[in-house]
Ligand binder design. Sequence first.
Ligand SMILES: *Cc1c(COP(=O)(O)O)cnc(C)c1O
Length: 403
Amino acid sequence: MTSTERGIAAAEAHSAHNYHPLPVVVATAEGAWMTDVEGRRYLDMLAGYSALNFGHGNRRLLDAARAQLERVTLTSRAFHHDRFADFCTQLAELCGMELVLPMNTGAEAVETAVKTARKWGYQVKGVPDGRAKIVVADHNFHGRTTTIVSFSTDPEARADFGPYTPGFEIVPYGDLAAMESALDDTTVAVLLEPIQGEAGVLVPPPGYLAGVRELTRSRNVLFIADEIQSGLGRTGRTFACEHEGVVPDMYVLGKALGGGVVPVSAVVSSREVLGVFAPGEHGSTFGGNPLACAVALEVLAMLRTGEFQQQAMELGEHLHSELGLLVGGGAVDAVRGRGLWAGVDINPSRGTGREISEQLMERGVLVKDTHGATIRLAPPLVISKEDLDWGLDQLRGVLGAEG
Ligand SMILES: *Cc1c(COP(=O)(O)O)cnc(C)c1O
């Protein structure tokens, strides 16, 4: 047995099988590269679903974490701590908003957004008690809690997890007319991913987000943008909403906010909206802890320079022009995405997304398939052009599409 086989067998023996990982056992990582237990190197073209936008082992983030580890790591929100105010102030500023409510995981932040919107609906909008409705899109991915899977359209995510939380209406993503007819007097919010990541990096039709912004504004409905995966530089802008000049009422953030070091998520909104909470009505033991705030503050400092957004934009243009050349050649049916983020639909003649991912792994590139025929590319934003080109060479090799 190799050490890889031993590692996999041991993991499978004592973990729930709620994932189907590629057969690689990572031991160390730096920048865009990971090394497995047998010393083989892999280019990470997934970046922890955008949690690793700044790469593995980023010096600035590790230094910030290390320094904070020596000071204080956890206080609970029963007390103030000296990193909290800066974190909230600077995150609100980056978002152009007023208030921040920190949590840990993305799903918790989405739950927080749902609770916020409902409470705003009852207290501010005047929706009759118990009637608040939130409109979401089909093929959405907002997390794994019982409430969130209640409004998923993915049978794998939902089946056998009922009874489901009521209060959600699902409309087709990208369809403005359907959105318009779903909005009524009880609607408190529309919750959308500006680009649907798990669905296969689906970019909505031009004008959709701006249209939703107009509809929600005119109907006094909150527009909640789940930018957990699309935000913080991935698409070439700080937020994917910016590509349509849209400012939502609430951002839901996570993943890259913790720099791939610690889980950090947050809901960011106006005083009118997040001001609905009073002490005791919502919270989290770990939310906004000193270590999380210290790492996130460094993430925010890095985002303020714009260099990562710029890198994602420039390398993203390169990525999409290279991938575009593959479309129509028999191997790739379609490519979507923005910035350093792409969904590539593999023609079934070349294998399933999983098979392509396994073949890429053999060549030293790690990606993740989604929904059968699609592979998702989302390398760390710190990837070099040479490494990106090398990764693309491996993809062409696997697809039998060498130029
Ligand atoms: C990953 C993700 C979530 C859930 O985040 P977790 O940290 O896994 O709970 C929610 N929304 C979107 C768009 C995501 O990509």
